[in-house]
Design a binder for this molecule. Structure first.
Ligand code: SAH
Ligand code: SF4
Ligand code: F3S
Length: 457
């Protein structure tokens, strides 16, 4: 029996882990299932279906999910008709094994198979368990209008590409998300226009490597003699910036080997493209970068940083740093610290290397840095970043920034928080402003994480 819109009125609860891609995918999942009549709930206890969108990037990311599955198991004991689905990257990595190891899980669905969710849930209703982890070379969900699950309705992620072709030697992403593919620019621009028209003030274009975005118009639909056009990331960025000057544009993640000056010049041309670049270095040692198969050297990375500082002198820069990669010596570690000092990062995400099955590093390199050394190096990296973050905030004292009001400050109901173009969080008095307004704030105080200021005209 097939289920039609009127028949399903089940409550769906989605819990999301991992990166921005997963946040965005959960909104696609919500859309696919809402179309079939499912009602989204934020209360796990009233759910008929629980979907957990998972991450496999490090072992501890997966451990967290196992912990959650234990909690769901307890809920299901009291409510046997509850359906539990594991979706996303860990579903893709473990496939059927997940069903074997976790009897409470009813369905396992990989990142490219979300259109199959209604069918799989229907199967689960009949007591059968289902798996779809087929990866696609084409799927971008470009035609699906995501159901926004965020609370503030001001800022949204827009996926512009999926998958990754880079095969960095430590990374599970290419295995769980498949080959890189770019989304049709028309559908991207339409989605952004719709967001702006419904009151959104900021979009972040997301992909594992936005710099390799490329769209070739289909030649067969063109008049005879006309050449097909190619759109690269810088051009897409320009088109999004032109939608409306009141709409802020951000993007993530840039890859150092692919980040072109064109992108930087486009950013410099449009004030609504935010002055913020996340450019993960991973390591400051060319030897380690080579083993990581990152495709650039320390010198090349520094060249890209110098280009940012030349073309966008007011841009904030952040990084991902990984410590304890196989073979990393004390000198390599020192090179990472010195690179961090050189760049003067405003912010970093910092991790210990975690061996991921199937990757090149897992197959060919020994995870030979002891846990103690990894922890000590990570602490040194975190301490340095805290110092750099403080320095970066202190340099903003006395400056005036345009801030997009995003919500009420957690610490005081009389204050709002928002971010400046550089992606730094700013806290300031509410006055008569509203969430979604742009305000000007003069910075008077700071902590290592936040700028605090007063409103100026
Ligand atoms: N596409 C992005 C990164 C996505 S994963 C890029 O290339 O920059 C986010 C971060 O997780 C990576 O930048 C890296 O620092 C970290 N990471 C990835 N695999 C890891 C692993 N096996 N162990 C520890 N950290 C890892
Ligand atoms: Fe992983 Fe490298 Fe692709 Fe980033 S670029 S997702 S680190 S393989
Ligand atoms: Fe994790 Fe998958 Fe993102 S592995 S970091 S959720 S692409």
């Amino acid at each position: 029996m097939s289920i039609t819109n009127s028949e399903v009125s089940q409550k769906l609860y989605i819990e999301t882990y991992g990166c921005q891609m997963n946040v965005s995918d959960s909104e696609v999942v919500a859309s696919v299932l809402k179309d079939k009549g499912y009602i989204i709930t934020e209360d796990i206890n009233e759910a008929d279906v629980i979907l957990v969108n998972t991450c496999s990037i490090r072992e501890n990311a997966e451990q967290r999910i196992w912990g959650r599955l234990d909690v769901f198991k307890q809920i299901k004991k009291k409510k046997p008709e509850l359906t539990i689905g594991v979706i996303g990257c860990m579903a893709e990595r473990l496939k059927e094994k997940l069903l074997e190891e976790e009897k409470t899980v009813d369905i396992v669905v990989g990142p490219d198979a979300y259109r199959d969710l209604p069918h799989l849930l229907e199967t689960a209703e009949t007591g059968q368990r289902g798996v779809n982890v087929i990866l696609s070379k084409e799927e971008t969900y470009g035609d699906i209008s995501p159901v926004r699950l965020d609370k503030n309705r001001i800022s949204a992620f827009v996926s512009i590409m999926r998958g990754c072709n880079n095969m960095c030697s430590y990374c599970i992403v290419p295995y769980v998300r498949g080959a890189e593919r770019s989304r049709n620019p028309e559908s991207i621009l339409k989605e952004i226009e719709d967001l702006f028209n419904t009151g959104y003030k900021e979009v972040t274009l997301i992909g594992q490597n936005v710099d390799s975005y490329i769209w070739e118009s289909e030649k067969e639909n063109l008049p005879a003699g006309k050449q097909g056009e190619t759109m690269k990331f810088a051009q897409l960025l320009e088109k999004t910036a032109k939608i409306n000057p009141q709409l802020r544009i951000r993007f993530s993640t840039s890859h150092p080997k692919d980040m072109s000056d064109d992108v930087l010049y486009t950013m410099a041309m449009y004030s609504n493209i935010c002055n913020y670049i996340h450019l993960p270095a991973q390591s400051g040692s060319t030897k380690v970068l080579t083993e990581m198969k990152r495709g650039y050297t320390r010198e090349y990375y520094i060249d890209r940083i110098n280009a940012i500082k030349r073309i966008l002198p007011d841009s904030a820069i952040s990084s991902d740093i990984m410590t304890g990669f196989p073979g990393e010596t004390e000198e390599d570690h020192q090179e990472t610290l010195s690179l961090m000092e050189f760049v003067n990062y405003d912010f970093s995400y910092m991790f210990k290397y975690s061996e991921r099955p199937k990757t090149y590093a897992a197959r060919h390199l020994k995870d030979d840095i002891s846990e103690g050394t990894k922890s000590r190096r990570l602490t040194e990296i975190i301490n340095l970043q805290t110092k750099l973050s403080e320095k970066s905030k202190k340099a903003d004292l006395g400056r005036v920034f345009e801030v997009l009001v995003e919500g009420i400050s957690k610490k005081s109901s009389e204050h709002f928080f928002g971010r400046n173009s550089q992606n730094k969080v700013v806290v300031f008095p509410k006055n008569n402003y509203n969430i979604g307004d742009y305000v000007f704030v003069e910075i008077t105080e700071c902590t290592s994480a936040t700028l605090i200021g007063v409103l100026v005209k």
